[in-house]
Ligand binder design. Structure first.
Ligand code: MTE
Ligand code: MOS
Length: 776
């Protein structure tokens, strides 16, 4: 049993170590394969959506004869061509037809698809439809919708604890405010795309850019009227998802599959950027009304808030998104008496959907605005008010949803950041700078984040995996999570490499497919590595247990004498290569494949009662940003940002830092320059990068210090005691908004908290300055 053994102390790609993204080189050299790179079989057709050019109307007639007659056109698809259900609602509410039959609900709504020999022909033909309609009045935003008596798209949620009336009655101070928070387009680099290839009988394979292959599979089956076992959905990777491909791919997957089955030819659909932006949902805008009572030290006594959201024409994921806004409306702060309500409003706009943070950021930003208001009212440093309200020991550790906060590390985390960023010293300097300078003003803010980890729909917190060890010792890894740039596949491969103690290069990362791991959840809620890492570990452990049992029996030692060393296995006193063990196990007919499974323990949620433990644990972070504002133009820049973020024991620090940096920048973009703007007719006028400004590399903070809290360990039994990282750092961008607010407030000597809605575009900053200067 002798063999050449690579004797290294540690495997390559061990957990808790930096390892570059497995596709990094392929990303930058253009060799990573995306949906649109898959070789097209001869005879592939191309579909394009025909959309409405009115906002709200009854359809009298839809004449597609000119579309059908256009050059290169094979045919059109309308609601009448759907053999199964004309419904792609992700929550089973049956309120989202693939194509409408009698009513147009928003400007740009897909009404039909045209299928042609080339994409160009399909795109040109899609413009030729003739329609007769009867226009109806529309409501575009949540306030207009409430005024017009529009319905909620799903049942509102109420979270309540304590005695709100008594809390208000006994308090020394009270203030009310309204905050408007804008939405956000996902701006993934790769837009939506689906490519369907028909097979025999009912079969169809769909390659789709999706975070949720199982949902795309079930939706295609539902629309085709076939069982799910006839449909396979594959995704190797996405060029970004950010929540925009959790449910919004359904339309494209279904249209491609419908056309593929109807004409029995492969069909691809890829909207251009304008259509991707107008026809697919975004982050929800919110209008938040708050009423808060507090004492002389700034400690909050009672809070009552209402969160009205622009949900769009159908429910999509608006129920859970608006729920999560309430779950995060406390952010890091204890509210002794609290009542929070959501108003998920139907509007005549595109149906809004998941976006990094899933409604949570809108809740957090409202909490931070309240803190700022309290600080200005009392003439205090907002950081002091933040600290006074942090969750604490017994008596100050219950959330509005009655979950106890047991893992709070914010005092230490914020304290360390305050020191490392020299918050106090720089705030003093900035106050002096603002006194000395008339037009350029500076601001600084340090804001915390506490973010609950788990899907609030408890049943989603499950995952599966499939591992094969081939007889040559190479390993094939599959799990239900999807890769969208976040590095999930790299992390899960590290977990498996660690389990077998083999170099990560031995592990083949494979595409996500509904054929290998069924009934998966969306890769979302930041829980990809928590869930799939555990499921993969389970499969690896099953195979390891069989190997240990085999080795013990075969070589006559006890099981405790079998140990996995880096790229080797010790059996008794002998050491052999991993390959040699696998070969021997294969010859002895040991089963070298396993399906793994994991479900998050200990969580439960009773929505009707508003009580439970929806989150397994919390992830924490804090950021400190300094900005300078030209108060004559409203233009600004971020001079410096310092971040300290908690990922527990990081599975891969370099990937986690990338997530923290990217999330911060994306959060900053949401609150500063990214503005969605609908005209009165209901048209989205910011529908391309020309009119919608995401942060550029040149907008990043001039000085950008990002650290992970090295000392943090997840007290819960998560994968290697790590914490989720995808969404929580998004809310670190709030420090930029509050720093801008301080710079603006300086023009009126900080007497008043500026009314600064988000996004705080240069125009809004200028208007806030002028209002305070008394010019408006
Ligand atoms: N990072 C990149 N590069 N691209 C993405 O699309 N999506 C974010 C986050 N980070 C995203 C990303 C969102 S919305 C979520 S929920 C998580 O990644 C999902 O992946 P995870 O659960 O594996 O962290
Ligand atoms: Mo992320 S918004 O949960 O896809």
């Amino acid at each position: 049993m002798k063999d050449q053994i690579t004797s290294r102390d540690e495997i390559e790609g061990a957990v808790h170590h930096d390892l570059r993204h497995d596709s990094a080189i392929k990303h930058v050299t253009g060799r990573a394969e995306y949906c649109d790179d898959i070789a097209e079989p001869v005879g592939t057709l191309h579909a394009y959506l025909g959309v409405s050019n009115v906002t709200h109307a009854a359809i009298r007639s839809l004449d597609l004869s000119a579309v059908r007659d256009a050059p290169g056109v094979i045919g059109v698809l309308t609601a009448a061509d759907i053999p199964g259900a004309n419904d792609i609602s992700p929550t089973g509410r049956n309120d989202e037809p693939v194509f409408p039959t009698d009513r147009i609900e928003f400007h740009g709504q897909p009404l039909f698809a045209v299928v042609a020999e080339t994409r160009d022909a399909a795109r040109r033909a899609a413009e030729l439809a003739q329609m007769e309609i009867e226009a109806l009045p529309h409501a575009l935003d949540p306030v207009a919708a409430i005024d017009a008596g529009y319905p909620h798209v799903t049942d509102p949620l109420k979270l309540e604890r304590g005695d709100v009336a008594a809390g208000f009655a006994g308090a020394a101070h009270r203030l009310q405010g309204r905050l408007n928070v804008g939405g956000q387009d996902h701006m993934y680099l790769e837009g939506h795309i689906s490519f369907a290839i028909p097979g025999e009988d009912d079969d169809v394979v769909v390659h789709c850019s999706t975070q949720h292959p199982s949902e795309a599979q079930h939706m295609v089956a539902h629309v085709l009227g076939v069982p799910s076992n006839a449909v396979t959905v594959n995704v190797r990777r996405m060029g970004g998802g950010f929540g925009g491909k959790e449910s919004q791919m359904n339309l494209f997957a279904c249209v491609a599959a419908l056309a593929a089955k109807k004409w029995n030819r492969p069909v691809k659909i890829r909207p251009d950027r304008d259509q991707d932006m107008t026809a697919t949902g975004k982050r929800h805008d919110f209008v938040i009304d708050y009423d808060v009572a507090f004492d002389d030290s700034g400690r909050i006594q009672a809070v009552e808030s209402q969160f009205a959201a622009r949900c769009g024409w159908s429910s999509d994921l608006s129920g859970p998104v608006t729920d999560r806004a309430l779950f995060h409306a406390d952010n890091a702060y204890f509210y002794p008496h609290v009542r929070l309500t959501s108003r998920p409003m139907k509007t005549n706009t595109v149906s809004n959907t998941a976006f990094r943070g899933f409604g949570g950021p809108q809740g957090v930003v409202a909490a931070e605005r309240m803190i700022e208001e309290i600080a200005y009212r009392l003439g205090k440093d907002p950081l002091e008010v933040r600290k006074a309200n942090f969750y604490g020991d017994e008596g100050r550790d219950l959330t509005p949803y009655h979950q106890q906060v047991t893992d709070n590390i914010l005092e230490r985390l914020v304290g360390e950041l305050e020191t490392s960023a020299d918050y106090q010293g720089r705030r003093k300097d900035i106050l002096a700078f603002n006194t000395a300078n008339r037009f350029i003003k500076r601001g600084i803010a340090l804001t915390p984040v506490k973010f609950g980890i788990s899907f609030t729909a408890t049943h989603y917190n499950q995952a599966g995996s499939l591992i094969h060890v081939y007889s040559d010792g190479s390993i094939h890894l599959n799990h239900g999570g999807t890769e969208m740039g976040q590095g999930l596949n790299t992390k899960v491969a590290q977990v498996v490499a660690d389990a077998f103690q083999v170099d990560v290069s031995r592990i083949k990362i494979t595409k996500t497919t509904t054929e290998k791991v069924p009934n998966t959840s969306a890769t979302a809620a930041s829980s990809g590595s928590d869930l799939n890492g555990m499921a993969a570990l389970d499969a690896a452990q099953q195979i390891k247990a069989r190997l240990v049992g085999f080795a013990a029996e075969h070589w006559g030692v006890s099981e405790t004498e079998v140990a996995f060393l880096p790229n080797a296995v010790r059996v008794g006193t002998e050491v052999m290569g991993f390959d040699a063990l696998i070969k021997a196990a294969y010859m002895a007919r040991v089963h070298l494949s396993a399906a793994g499974f994991y479900k998050t323990p200990d969580i439960h949620w009773d929505r009707a009662a508003g009580k439970g433990r929806p989150f397994y644990y919390y992830a924490y972070g804090a950021s400190c940003s300094e900005v300078s504002v030209d108060t004559l133009s409203g233009e600004y820049k971020v001079e410096r940002t310092d971040i300290l973020h908690d990922v527990g024991r990081s599975l891969n620090p370099v990937l986690d830092r990338g997530q923290v940096e990217g999330a911060f920048i994306q959060g900053m973009g949401w609150l500063t320059t990214e503005e969605l703007w609908w005209d009165d007719a209901g048209r989205l006028r910011t529908h391309a990068p020309s009119t919608y400004k995401i942060p550029l590399a040149s907008d990043a903070p001039r000085i950008f210090n990002v650290d992970l809290a090295q000392w943090s360990v997840n007290p819960e039994r998560t994968i290697k005691r790590s914490k989720a990282v995808g969404e929580p750092p998004f809310m670190l961008g709030i420090s930029v908004l509050e720093a801008l607010s301080m710079a603006v407030a300086s023009v009126a000597d900080y007497r008043e908290c500026p009314r600064l809605d988000a996004p705080a575009t240069p125009e809004r900053v200028l208007m806030a300055v002028e209002r305070l200067r008394g010019a408006v």
